[in-house]
Design a protein around this ligand. Structure first.
Ligand code: 4AD
Ligand code: MG
Length: 478
């Protein structure tokens, strides 16, 4: 007899069908005569109820059916009288595939804190919350590939090990095979990297963009989707040292085309999960409601599904950085000195400022453009005013910055001048500058932080809870 997934059984199973289900026990309850086992195999948020006539089974077997144990159950489907499900499995044969000692298995059938589950990240997939989060993570990744594939973009795999640190997006992790206790030295006492694996210093990449631009200058439209590494010491709920980024890069796109793409792209992924993952979203919506029920009304977030529909159905606000500074200077928290960080033209916006604009002022996602050149990367297209660049950041409620991007400077001379001003070695970057030497065109791109997007969609509050095994300062367990 073929094994069916729980999702399939709950969707298409008919009373009288004989099936085999395999999965892990979530709970066991019942009386002396009849037990009800909630069996979950990860295919859906829902459990299959297994009905066990205790008398017909070995006593030791029944005793070993505890939360966390793995079972194969053969039986006949029956209409369920209980609430919460239409169909249940009446067990004829139960094979205990793997025991779980109830005194030792840490994930019990009660509510655990997210902190506790983070310490048990190897087992947290066994909870309903993390099952939902990781099925959604998969679905969003799939929706991203689907979107770009249908638009004719090519998935480009840019390198993870890189010798350039020109992006300046963050501190880098060094990659080396030299013996840290006894590295080869130059005459002046510095480390002789010519003897290292690559014959030069190398790092883990902070972004695939620069290589992505090379691809876009021939393939037209590319995107990367891979791990990125930043060694900044930011212990926040929005930062990881290892995170995943999606970076589309498009020839012949200006800043407006770039904004249009970013908005359409985010909306299409949100639509995909609303159309395909509603069970998991409904579960997470309830979880969020539960978590926020003790907060005062004005501090609660919009119900999860309503929030997703709202973003899907409303145009993002598009304003310049300069306009944003004006709004912030006229805001109540600014006048009442409630912002922790200063507001002044030229400063980088902090997340409190971004969230004020999105959550309080516009109550809508916002795209900020034309930032001061001094707080942005060297490659951004310079505006005529000599002060700003054609940057764009997409700001989302609850998250703040979810996307950073820009039109790129395609003029060789202007680019070289800017690199010299910022002390970026133009000779090392010869390959990047070649694109501006041979057939240079207007082009643009952006980077979406994958985990920040998952935070938004799942309503989870900490970025450590939307990646399987988070890497953060002083934490690389598992
Ligand atoms: O704004 P960032 O630094 O932009 C770039 O890296 C550009 N090269 C992108 C491009 O134009 N192709 O990073 C892009 C996004 C941010 O908006 C944020 O969502 C996410 O990546 N991000 C992080 N996510 C988690 N942890 C961190 N430490 C992150 N740093 C950036
Ligand atoms: Mg940024």
């Amino acid at each position: 007899m073929t094994r069916l997934k729980v999702k399939e059984i709950l969707k298409n199973g008919k009373a009288g069908n004989e099936v085999v289900a395999k999965g892990w026990v979530r709970t066991k309850r019942g009386s002396k005569n009849v037990n009800f086992i909630a069996l979950n195999d990860g295919s859906t948020i829902h459990n299959l109820q297994v009905v066990v006539d205790v008398e017909s089974f070995d006593e030791a077997l029944i005793r070993d059916i505890n939360t966390g144990a793995a079972l194969a159950v053969t039986g006949v489907l029956a209409e369920s009288a209980g609430s919460g499900q239409n169909i249940e499995l009446v067990a004829k044969q139960i094979d205990l595939l793997g025991k779980a000692d109830p005194d030792k298995f840490p994930i019990q059938a009660k509510r655990h804190t997210l902190e506790f589950l983070r310490e048990n990240a190897h087992l947290r997939f066994r909870t309903s919350t993390f099952g939902a989060v990781f099925r959604l993570r998969h679905a969003i990744a799939f929706a991203i590939h689907k979107y770009f594939n249908e638009k004719g973009f090519n998935y480009l795999h840019t390198p993870i090990i890189t010798a350039s640190d020109a992006e300046g997006a963050g501190q880098m992790f060094r990659v080396s095979t030299l013996d840290p206790k006894n590295p080869p030295l130059n005459e002046d006492g510095s480390i002789d990297y010519s003897q290292d694996f690559f014959g030069r210093p190398t790092n883990l990449t902070v972004s695939g963009q620069l290589e992505g631009e090379l691809g876009a200058m021939a393939l037209g439209e590319i995107y990367t989707f891979g791990p990125t590494f930043r060694a900044e010491n930011s212990n926040t709920t929005r930062h990881l040292a290892e995170f995943w980024m999606i970076e589309p890069e498009m020839a012949f796109y200006d800043l407006k085309d770039n904004m249009d793409l970013a908005e359409e792209f985010l909306k299409s992924c949100i639509k995909y999960v609303l159309d395909n993952c509603i069970d998991d979203l409904e579960f997470l919506a309830q979880r969020l409601e539960q978590e926020e029920k003790d907060k005062p009304q004005d501090q609660r977030s919009m119900p999860l599904i309503e929030k997703l529909q709202f973003v899907l159905n409303n145009d993002f606000i598009r304003i310049t950085y300069t306009e944003a500074i004006e709004i912030l200077k006229n805001s109540k928290p600014y006048k009442k000195n409630q912002f922790q960080f200063p507001v002044e033209w030229g400063i980088d916006l902090q997340s409190e400022h971004e969230r004020y604009l999105v959550e309080k002022h516009f109550k809508c996602p916002v795209i900020l453009t034309d930032y001061p050149k001094d707080i942005k990367a060297f490659y951004m297209k310079q505006n005529e005013d000599g002060k700003t660049v054609r940057a764009m950041d997409v700001l989302f409620p609850q998250i703040g910055e979810i996307i950073g991007g820009s039109q790129r400077e395609e003029n060789l001379e202007k680019l070289e001048t800017r690199m010299n001003e910022m002390n970026i070695p133009t000779d090392e970057m010869w390959w990047y500058l070649d694109t501006r030497r041979f057939g240079s065109v207007v082009h643009s791109g952006f980077g979406l932080g994958f985990e920040r997007f998952i935070l938004f969609i799942t309503g989870m509050g900490n970025i450590r809870d939307v990646i399987a095994f988070p890497r953060t300062p002083k934490n690389a367990e598992f």
